[in-house]
Ligand binder design. Structure first.
Ligand code: NDP
Length: 499
């Protein structure tokens, strides 16, 4: 029988360390080797006999059962009941003790197990370094222990035992020249080891935004081919640079910002752009809602502060940004008018808080707005359609109304004569996501309000379309053809297939 024991001192109080460890189903939030953890039905995470199902980052699966747990002793024991890695009769114990000279914690992790003949040393090393030592470092990083010197050495437990993975291979969607959806094609990529201020992610979900269409077509110059599009992703921190303080290996994180490059299964990027994702918001929801939700936040709270009783007109109210805007404006007490293209989208708009729907018909958009508002007009108009809608929007405004032109799904609005605004003393804004999210402080303020709105069910982020990453072209085609509602996400193919 093989015996393995490792111990360490964590520079944090015992309760802080125990809070992380006692969650028998929580390893996927902190241990770099564990991609997913799920409890067999009906049991609590601290219930003796509960069985956790691990899917490791390298794809293997194993099941472990909780044998005992003591909050008084700060310890628990568990056993492997099923494993694709040949660890036989494996029983382990985790225990903590307070260190008296300061607010620190002694942590011991030990086990005994059998292995097939000849694999004793290899598997002992795997458990000792890949599982225990890697776990110590991940918890250290999570608790901000300054002694976390090797925070970036881990990739996954099982990779660690094979190589230090200076380069991490993956897949991405690239364009070699500007053009239509057919330019999006899959390529093999390498995510380099992070520099001191960078982070490397294994992505689990990627948001598709209309801005990706503008980048792909060359309308926006945020992307210079050959390059990987995409501005929004969620995943797990796989490695961090030496100067990164706010993230730790194994943490769930996301981002919504330039530089482009999100359409990838692995990515190395500036760490300051990456934020932790709250536990109660799953990866798909975060990837679908970060960029669109932050946009709705600054449009409703910063570009124009919507008030109770305002008449608010939203174009594409069943779309990604539109649906969030409508729910939130309704919550703020506005009378929400949604202008969309068909009955099915009208139904979705109504379920998203729209009080009055405008559909194409015999009467002009401005005629319908004036009728709904009894001649008052819209106090604020959120117009992301652009070319086809601009003149109608100006005509639909109330006196002193505010036209927020924030997109151009139908094409560029071109040159305009602002004297047309004088007849209503109207205001026009052309806000840009980048300017509302370009510092960690702005990002923190905007995401705090967004996450709060999601968690309080003020808004719900609906993922109505999901594609494997390799089918990004189809996702773009559908978005441009006005076939989509809510949000669209891409899932890296190995995750989509459940590999
Ligand atoms: P959507 O899900 O809203 O998709 C676009 C929708 O626009 C369509 O479903 C359609 O809805 C409507 N639309 C109207 N005319 C056309 C047309 N000619 N071609 C295609 N679609 C048309 O996309 P997103 O939520 O990703 O983005 C919405 C808008 O918000 C985009 O214009 C985007 O550029 C803008 N945006 C701007 C930001 C900024 O910082 N300024 C930040 C983020 C997004 P319907 O059928 O109901 O008319």
């Amino acid at each position: 029988m093989v015996s393995v024991q490792r111990s360490t001192i964590i520079d944090a109080p015992i309760n802080a360390v125990w809070d992380i460890l006692r969650d028998f189903n929580g390893h996927d939030r902190w241990h770099p080797a564990v991609r997913r953890s799920a409890l067999d039905g009906g049991k609590r995470t601290d219930q003796v006999s509960a069985i956790r199902n691990f899917e490791l980052v390298e794809g293997q699966r194993l099941r472990e059962q909780l044998l005992s747990m003591s909050d008084e002793e700060y310890s628990f024991r568990y056993a492997i009941v099923d494993s694709e890695i040949p660890l036989l009769n494996y029983v382990a114990e985790v225990s903590l003790k307070p260190v008296t000279d300061g607010n620190r914690t002694f942590w011991s992790w030990k086990s005994q197990f059998d292995t097939p003949k000849g694999q004793e040393a290899e598997l002992a090393e795997l458990v000792a370094e890949g599982v225990y030592t890697a776990g110590f470092e991940a918890v250290r990083g999570r608790l901000g222990d300054p002694k976390s010197s090797s925070r970036s050495f881990m990739t996954s437990a099982y990779e660690t035992s094979k190589s230090s993975a200076p380069e991490l291979p993956g897949k991405a969607i690239q364009i070699d020249r500007y053009g239509g959806p057919e330019e999006l094609h899959i390529v093999n990529i390498i995510a380099k080891a992070p520099c001191p201020k960078e982070v490397r992610l294994r992505q689990t979900a990627i948001g598709v935004n209309y801005i990706d269409v503008y980048c792909r077509s060359g309308y926006f110059d945020l992307l210079k081919p050959p390059a990987v599009p995409g501005m929004e992703g969620v995943g797990v921190v796989e490695a961090i640079g030496a100067e990164v303080r706010h993230l730790s290996v194994g943490q769930r994180v996301g981002y919504a910002c330039p530089p482009v490059g999100a359409y990838a299964s692995v990515r190395t990027m500036p760490a300051e752009l990456v934020i932790p994702i709250p536990e109660n918001i799953d990866d798909r929801t975060a990837a679908a809602g970060l960029l669109k939700g932050m946009t709705a936040e600054f449009l409703l709270h910063r570009v124009h502060q919507v008030k109770k009783g305002d008449f608010v007109l939203v174009y594409a109210p069943a779309g990604g940004v539109g649906r969030i805007l409508c729910q939130w404006a309704n919550h703020l007490g506005a009378v929400v008018i949604g202008a969309t293209s068909n009955e099915e989208k009208a139904r979705i708009a109504r379920s998203s808080g729209v009080h009055h729907v405008i559909l194409p018909g015999a009467r002009s958009l401005e005629g319908q707005v004036m009728e709904i508002t009894r001649g008052h007009g819209a106090d604020v108009i959120y117009d992301a359609v652009g070319k086809d809608s601009f003149d109608h929007s100006v005509a639909a405004l109330a006196t002193c109304g505010h036209l927020v032109s924030f997109g151009q799904a139908s094409g560029d609005i071109g040159m305009r004569d602002i004297s047309s605004l004088a007849s209503k003393s109207a205001t026009i804004s052309r806000p840009n996501f980048g300017h509302y999210t370009d510092t960690p402080e702005k990002l923190a303020a905007i995401t705090t309000r967004l996450f709060d709105a999601i968690l309080r069910h003020i808004i719900s982020i609906e993922v109505d379309q999901q594609y494997p990453l390799s089918q990004a072209a189809e996702a773009h085609r559908a978005l441009e053809a006005r076939e989509t509602t809510g949000s669209t996400v891409l899932i890296p193919d190995d995750i989509q297939k459940g590999i």
